[in-house]
Write a protein of this length. Sequence first.
Length: 384
Amino acid sequence: MSRKICVITGSRAEYGLLRWVMQGIMDHPDLTLQLIATGMHLSEDFGMTVDEIEKDGFKVDFKVEILDNNDSAVGIAGAMSRGLSGVAEALDDLKPDLVLVLGDRYEIFVSVAAALVAKIPVAHIHGGELTIGAYDDAFRHAITKMSHLHFVATEEYKNRVIQLGENPNSVFLVGGLGIETIKNLKLLDQEELEKALNVKFKEKSLLITFHPTTLDEQTPRAQMQELLNAVDKLSNVTLIFTLPNADTGGREIIKMIHDYVGKNPNAYAFTSLGQLKYLSCIAQVNGVVGNSSSGILEVPSFKKGTVNIGDRQKGRIRTTSVIDCETNKKSISKAIETLLSEQFKNSLNSVKNPFDQGNSSAKIVELISGINLQQIVKKTFYDL
């Protein structure tokens, strides 16, 4: 029986994880892919990454613009309001049989709320995880409660979704989607990457992504300054910055990065690298620094180390390639020193990524093509 699957995406990182699921849906004889792009995808400030989606061969059915130039708490609430009404109108037009989303951002939270009141079942990827330092943590668990199917990355996350009252029969362990992207793409070598980015790698290099930590008392600006102070002391190291998300304080961090890059010829900033160049960077650099989930979920598959700063990813399962540190210059500097040491580099050979569960996308596509959607719309709370 043919069914329409509507994927909703709001950020470059989330699309990178969804890409092969979307391809699987598009290639499946009994499924029709519908696509709603919103959030940062439609903002020039964040790279207008909807263009990358279309270049990959996907048709965007609806573009729901929600962002303005205000990333304060009031500004984010306004974006959520616009997202709720805009996605509701798009879903009313598309009338999908199932909505498929990934992650924990506010764009996805309001999209799932719109689907809920429209009585459209929702499948959620990467539920059950913890990121204690950001309000995304609460959004993720709320999305779980509004969703009907759950595709999780580890056994621990599966148990947590069930603990939230979801029926075990609706929770499926599929692994982390980012690892599949790594396996599917032919990455650029150093020469190709340098040419593509117009960057010359020095003896050592770091890929840096730092997002606002929305629940910390210390301001995003203060935290970013500590990071810049730490990397400023490094010699003969190329610094490649990717810019942060559209969260509270994000634009202030972006300005700080651009100011730093303008004064330091060894530093470069990119609004959006895209999946191929981003993953190729991980393969070529000595390690990753910041607080992005990618440093925990995907970087271990490259046998590369991650300096994870602060609490934004606190609570996530991590392997030994991740070095946790506090949001101050001294702690960050010590962690980077460890990252660049030969002893730590040699220890990475034995690292195994706990999120690698095989062909995740194919598992998801198979499940959503065969499951009885009528039976999952009415949920009951599952008591342990």
